[in-house]
Design a protein around this ligand. Structure first.
Ligand code: ATP
Ligand code: MG
Length: 469
């Protein structure tokens, strides 16, 4: 008991020695209370008075009832405008890529080709597909959108597609026949046994009065070679039979044959499109569209910082703008300044670091000393392509001299951060962890933001329809 009392005495004296905590304006009214109240009791009181963090927006997207944050409506608009964790689904927020979308529509409409979109992670493939889907819907195409998974099978995906195609478009059924009227679909005509590309293709050949786009996103996720082979066969069957069904495949890949197998047999039937990084003007239009939607303003230098730090990645642009906007609002400003962008980049670095293992982060930090710009160039090269790059690209596209490029590759390989992939006769390099290029580039961008030229690219606010705003 004595021991317990002496321990209690020690604890109490520690509380007494602790200086009174700084208080915010809202809790200042309680300052008259005795300062000897132990800190743990203080914190208990704080909680009961509702200062615990809480959501700022209701599930209905309305500002929290009775919430005092006068920036709440800006925050809500900011969340809609910059969506780093979602593809763009709203045409108003879709920036750039107009020519690309026009080309894809032309290939579908004029050449009746099947489309394969490929490109690096986060480059905007799904967002582009959403715009294509909506444009096709406007032209009364039936659009079936499916996201593939590791275990996707031909049978499962195309039964799903058949269920979305009403029977009334089958040439064997008149529109007034009761089955067509009852809302039956092509699924009702499929056998219960596993369906093959030929069976599905034959059924599609009988469609009339409509056109169907079947979009298979995340095609790279599918691990089954049989599924990929079946898709190639379906493309061949649909093309030979002049079917009114066209496929659009999309996935992460450096080149076409990485994504679609058996390419030689279907090369003439597909339109393959690499989705490239965005131009500076396109990135600037992401900022400009966000300004319009949020009614906030990015200072020209802040926009230039976003453009420079994003390196053509719409994902990075959305992430940085999102954080920078919140940083400004936290300071009760609706104008985003360069310092907010710098802070946003800092936050992004922390986020990326948390996705890479600690030993890798430490190794990068160590070797960046003295080699920062060359390592950042390698990271940029990896971000610009599909994650792989060559020595030559470091020289021609990242302006490193050949000797320096060779040195940095050797250093990164020796440190176990980069691995060599022999592709035909060329050595390609890829960072060991896919999160490393963004982490390295952002760390470098954070340290060098002041050195970045500040003249913003000229920009118009555009939407997917091409309208200026
Ligand atoms: N045209 C665009 N305008 C504005 N933001 C865009 C555009 N395209 C993509 N983004 C943004 O970039 C990010 C990545 O987009 P998206 O999910 O479409 O890429 P993805 O290539 O499908 O990625 P993944 O390979 O991971 O599936 C998202 O935050 C999205 O909001
Ligand atoms: Mg996607």
């Amino acid at each position: 008991m004595e021991a317990f009392l002496s321990l209690l005495g020690k604890v109490t004296s520690i509380f007494k020695r602790r200086p009174a905590p700084a208080r915010s304006a809202t809790v200042g009214a309680r300052q008259a209370q005795p300062t000897s109240v132990p800190a743990f009791l203080e914190s208990r009181r704080d909680r009961s008075e509702g200062v615990l963090p809480r959501f700022q927006t209701m599930a209905s997207d309305q500002p929290y009832a009775g919430g005092g944050d006068k920036m709440a409506s800006f925050r809500s608009r900011l969340r809609q405008a910059f969506t780093p964790s979602h593809p763009v689904a709203d045409g108003r927020m879709f920036s750039g890529r107009q020519a690309l979308l026009r080309t894809i529509i032309g290939a579908i409409e004029n050449q009746r080709l099947h489309v394969v979109l490929y490109g690096e992670r986060g480059i905007g493939k799904t967002s582009l597909l959403h715009m294509l889907r909506s444009a096709a819907g406007d032209a009364r195409y039936l659009v079936v959108y499916t996201s593939c998974g590791a275990l996707s099978s031909f049978d499962e995906i195309f039964r799903g597609a058949a269920a979305d195609i009403p029977l009334l478009y089958h040439s064997g059924f008149a529109p007034n026949e009761s089955e067509a009227e009852r809302g039956s679909s092509l699924l009702d005509l499929l056998p219960t046994t596993q369906i093959s590309p030929r069976v599905f293709g034959d059924l599609c050949a009988k469609l009339t009065g409509t056109r169907v786009l079947i979009i298979l996103d995340e095609f790279d996720q599918c691990e089954s070679a049989a599924f990929r082979r079946d898709i190639a066969e379906l493309i061949k069957t649909l093309s030979d039979r002049l079917g009114r069904v066209q496929l659009v495949l999309s996935g992460v890949a450096g080149d076409l044959s990485d994504l679609v197998e058996h390419i030689p047999s279907i090369r003439r039937n597909i339109f393959a499109q690499h989705v490239e990084k965005m131009s500076d003007a396109e990135i600037a239009s992401i900022v400009a569209n966000g300004e319009r939607e949020t009614t906030m303003t990015f200072e020209p230098t802040a926009t230039a910082f976003v453009v420079a730090a994003s390196r053509g990645s719409p994902y990075l642009a959305n992430l940085i703008c999102h954080h920078a906007g919140h940083t400004a609002l936290n300071q009760q400003r609706t104008t985003v300044k360069p310092a907010d962008v710098a802070h946003a980049v800092e936050q992004a670095v922390d986020e990326f670091a948390s996705r890479v293992s600690k030993p890798l982060v430490a190794r990068v930090a160590r070797i960046m000393e003295g080699n920062g710009s060359a390592i950042a160039a390698a990271a940029r090269a990896a971000l610009a392509a599909d994650g792989t790059f060559t020595l030559q690209e470091l020289v021609t596209e990242q302006d490193l001299d050949a000797k320096r490029a060779q040195q940095v590759i050797q250093l990164l390989v020796a440190e176990g951060l980069l691995r060599e992939i022999q592709n035909d006769d060329t050595a390609n390099y890829r960072f060991l962890d896919d999160g490393l290029p963004a982490f390295i580039w952002m760390s470098w961008a954070r340290d060098g933001l002041e050195a970045i030229p500040t003249a913003p690219p000229s920009v118009r606010k555009t939407t997917s329809t091409g309208a200026s705003a």
